[in-house]
Design a protein around this ligand. Sequence first.
Ligand SMILES: Cc1ncc(COP(=O)(O)O)c(C=O)c1O
Length: 405
Amino acid sequence: MRHPDTISDDKLSEAKPPLRKPDEKIDTSRRGLLRGFGLASVGVAALAAGCAPAATEAAAAPAAATPPVDKSVAIMGANESPFGPSPKAIEAMVAKAALTARYADAEGEDLKAQVAAIEGVSPEQVFLANGSSPILAAFGEMIAQTGKGQLVTSIATYEGVPRAAGQYGAEVIMTPLTAEFGIDLDAMAAKVSKKTTATYVCNPNNPTGNMVDPVKLKAFAIEASKTAPCFIDEAYLDLCDDYAGNVMTGLVRDGHNVVICRTFSKIYGMAGQRLGYGIASPEMAKQMGMATRMGGVNHLGIVAAMASLADKSFVPAMQPKFKAGRERLHAVVKGLGRPIASNPQASFIFFDAGMPAKEFAEKMMAEGVRVVGRSWTQYDNWSRICVGEDWEMDRCEAALKKVLA
Ligand SMILES: Cc1ncc(COP(=O)(O)O)c(C=O)c1O
């Protein structure tokens, strides 16, 4: 399944401008990749043998394993992390690469226990999948109830659950955004009825980037979940200014019919490795686990996820980078006088480009910057740009000043 953000990107990805100098080759050798991942100081032989790097080497390791750089296009379209995964995750994957011969059931149990301990739930309340997309899709299918279901959500939100629910015949009700481009929980609550089989809230929301008031979200989820499960997608929650004040796993702990969904694709920089998880009641977790398991979860994703969670310095090192990036993008676009969703709390901004999103994306691509190549219903002229590395941000700023002038 292709990532929704890349679905209409075909033309854009073909239209790469010739910005890479002929001598700027990407080193794809194993040593070159490790160097590119910021792991030059870690002995390849030691990694392959599963040995921990020497303490002195580990101390010198960078905060994140920056991906290899190809400067032909600044990739700012799909909400990946430009900063890469934790070096500890890379070490774990290299050390355990040979284990890919084995199914990962035992390691999966270990990861569930690790997540459960962090979240204060039991391991039976955690379920894993190859990324969070399979969880969203399975949930959408489940609540569609072969054509009898009804999902209540917002317009301009992440499409994983609504799309699957709709495909399996559910009625999908999308309430308008507030005047500040936020999810309108009051409007959603007003639509919940006996026919409703689920509600979906993405917080921070993709594409708007803003958050709902945590007190309101809690009240909404408690009330709505009396009728049907309330699914809260926390894919970007680690990136926001106040994680502790907004995290909703307490609702699951308190026994409400709430499903929390997380992914290692965003702050943990593992979009290509595929690992996501959900937290719910033991019954719901079992049901969702069976629906998403599909023969197991990938071994290297699990070991990388465990190493990432154990690397306690990683998230605090990444948070300021994303914050600085989204605030810079916001300031540039606001400075150009464009309407924009305020107070972005994830890894991207959402704004009115003043032209169809596809045209804007093509103009940005001509400047060597890939932004999202699609639009959202009723927001045809709005686009989303996600945080990049410093050189990408510089190129994007210059492009925005030209294209939006
Ligand atoms: C809000 C939200 N949830 C879930 C996903 C799915 O991510 P993944 O399948 O990589 O975990 C995305 C991807 O962009 C997202 O934006």
